[in-house]
Design a protein around this ligand. Structure first.
Ligand code: SAM
Length: 230
């Protein structure tokens, strides 16, 4: 579903490349680790000693790559659509290779990765099926796909992914709402089995950083799904 059905802010909308190409300047100061790293820290399923080849989809500036590197000695590759985000990731020297591509059609070889990750990007995909098809293609048999997303319940409250231009003007990056059941339907169609799921709520830790979010206390803002391929 296009987010416009739920949008209460009605900021001007730009596409992914334009949006992140500009947001890159402040992105890491704005994005909160509570969105994704907190859920990744709680994850039980992944045995990091068995992750040798990892692909970080929609890797952006490399936040998730840096977290993976702190867990294991895997060879990490990254893919993203926005070259400006990849420029920041490249400077961190985390990734063996960085590719400018769509997560739905990476051009990477079949059955090459023990684990794929993707954090905070599925809300920019109009359709989930190409993502789950592509991850099923590039993942080795019995490999994993860890997806962290912006929670549909929070998106439905009216706040799409947005940032402030250097001029101060707020801008939305085109967003879609995928129900959690949409993920299950799309993933199962390509041989993925759900092994673990978690949700992150707005809590006191969030409110210390964003006191204005008192009205969201107890609302889920992010989710994690760990898929295993047959
Ligand atoms: C919110 S950032 C997340 C970056 C990183 N995963 C993190 O957690 O910090 C979203 C990223 O997804 C990328 N992106 C969005 N749609 C994409 C697509 N279809 N294919 C590849 N990258 C995409 C954007 O360029 C941006 O770098």
């Amino acid at each position: 579903m296009d987010h416009s059905l739920y949008d209460k802010r009605k900021y001007p909308i730009v596409d992914v490349r334009e949006g992140y190409g500009e947001w890159v300047q402040t992105y890491e100061q704005i994005v909160q680790d509570e969105m994704d790293l907190r859920l990744l820290e709680r994850m039980q399923t992944i045995d990091w000693s068995k992750a040798h080849q990892v692909l970080d989809l929609a890797c952006g500036t490399g936040r998730i790559g840096a977290w993976i590197k702190s867990r294991c000695a895997a060879d990490i590759a990254g893919v993203d659509l926005t070259s400006e985000m990849l420029d920041v990731a490249r400077r961190k020297n985390i990734y063996r290779a960085l590719t400018i591509a769509d997560v739905s059609d990476t051009g990477l070889p079949n059955a090459s990765y023990d684990l794929c990750t993707q954090s905070l990007a599925d809300e920019h995909l109009p359709n989930l099926r190409p993502l789950y098809r592509e991850t099923a293609r590039v993942t080795k048999p019995s490999g994993y796909f860890v997806l962290v997303g912006y929670h549909p319940q929070f998106l439905m409250l009216g706040t799409p992914t947005h940032f402030d231009r250097t001029s101060g003007e707020p801008i939305t990056i085109r967003s879609y709402v995928h129900l959690l059941s949409d993920h299950v339907k799309a993933a199962r169609a390509f041989g993925w089995s759900l092994m673990e799921m978690d949700e992150g709520l707005i809590d006191e830790v969030w409110l210390r950083k964003k006191p204005k979010w008192e009205k969201y206390l107890g609302v889920p803002i992010s989710f994690l799904m760990v898929w295993r391929h047959e």
